[in-house]
Design a protein around this ligand. Sequence first.
Ligand SMILES: [Zn+2]
Length: 163
Amino acid sequence: MGGLLAILAARLVGRPGGLPPELAYLTITSKGLSNDPPASVWLNLRRLSAVLSSFARHAGPIVVTSGYRSPAVNRAVGGVPDSLHMQGRAADIQLDNPRKTQALFDTLRSDPAVLAGVVEELILYLVDGSVSHLHIAIPIAGLEPTPTIQITRRSGGQTLGDC
Ligand SMILES: [Zn+2]
């Protein structure tokens, strides 16, 4: 197989591991560890990506600072042992500036009813009183749990990846 067919096949396969390339932004990590999600979490990553896209349409460009985490990456960042990041259901995000991140949080929490079936966890992290990032987790497909909405305050010395 050569030429165009090879290119098409490469596109279908994507990166090693086979994750659809458009979801690769949800696998970034600064820890230098392998972080290829198993196929079992791809559907969650697709659902998560769709939710983030809808937020971006409302609030502007979103930067994902932590999405999927392999168990090793989750340990390295100090994530809780049952972190939803390991299921491909959570992302830590920032907008252009902290005020926009805060505004998105305020908008989302102002009407919890609209979050049903879309968001399971919504946690704004403040470090030394300033907005750091917003943790968003989606429910298991088909469930509509009451969202957990909270603000977590930290000092700069503490590990941030505990969501
Ligand atoms: Zn998180």
